[in-house]
Ligand binder design. Sequence first.
Ligand code: HEM
Length: 413
Amino acid sequence: MAAEGRHPIADFDHNSERHSADPVGSYRALRDVGPVAWSEHHGGYWILSDYRSVFEAARDDETFSSARTGDGGEGLSVVIPKTPMHFHIPIEIDPPEFRKWRKILNPITAPAAIERLERMVRYYVTWFIDDIIERGECDLANVIGVPSIVTVDWLGLDVADWKRYASAHHAVLAAVRGSAEWEQAVTVDLPYLEGRTREVIAARRAEPADDIISYLVQCEVDGRTITDDEVYSMVDLLLAGGVGTTASLVSNTVVWLYQHQDVRRRLIDDPGLIDKAIEEFLRYFSPTQGLARTVSQDTDFQGCPMKKGDRVLLAWASANRDPEQFDEPDQVDIERWPNRHTAFGIGVHRCAGSHLGRAMAKELLTQILHRMGDYVVDLEALEPYPHQGTNTGWQRIPATFTPGPRLLEDTPR
Ligand code: HEM
């Protein structure tokens, strides 16, 4: 779409190699253009890059819709360009319809429900670290596979498939669109996994077990049981949300802590600092860098002429570095408080999995720091996600450390 009066125009593409090489610098340059700018890439889209604009748009669902429409192509509405993916509930539904769906997710993602999962999370983290602890060397990115296996197990999917779920969902967002890895995920792995997931949904409908899919198949909206297709739409979103984001957070954090050993020491010596530190790492790394909306009516937003159907990127990562909102935003202050970061989004679609994400990140970081706290990362051999437009992180983190004992026999699930 040509600019047609849309201004200011920025030379910006969050899917480009240039952006992936330095997302923080790229967003900083964009904020210098202005808080709202128009990019002509991907059919044209607005980018909101300061805290105030992101905050206001995320809270205005009437103007900035999350619904799946034909504007901007076919596929998942909350990314630019849209990616081929099954309709996701509730992230692609606007209020008021949205509320009845989110109500279904709230009880299973609330703090009390996540507390009940702590044992499972601890078991998997212990198991993954036990697997490498006697060797004294590993790829830390493999240890960070924990969020995927936890999500697969929690949902009630076949744990034997966890790696395939993890790599397919990772590739869709973190591989370069059109690359062999991306194509494999979109055309082979995701369709295969959809079949596997639907088999489990049908099986739980026939005979419920003690898992999230069994809960979902029994839920009702508007006085009727939800269909298998609707259950699939929720399960696939929970997978997409659970698999990549926490891994992105923890991978960035472990590398940064190796590069900042004074902070690593403080966290080892004073475990009570970890909760606030995680909030700061969420702000600083913004695992989900930005998500999209579609303008539902012509509007003037911060002096910019937006038209019905325009696509808009809400750059959570950039809002999190806005100096108007955060003192010294490019510094990590593990005791920063208050810390009203946007890493989990803002408004009605704010992350349903935030408590689970935090719990998994906390257990992973705690065990890594306490069981292999002298780890040395081979910085030369680090491999970043090839595409950092949606999730940032490291997919290979070779590390060495002083070997230690396995623990698993002491940690029953
Ligand atoms: C560090 C970890 C995580 C980060 C940074 C993150 C980030 C986000 C963000 C930014 C949104 C807002 C979407 C929007 O406004 O369009 C969101 C929504 C969502 N997330 Fe997360 N997420 C994380 C972990 C998880 C986990 C572990 C799960 C599930 C197991 C999950 C499930 C969801 C769901 C279901 C939504 C949609 C909520 C709705 O539409 O009402 N997330 N997440």
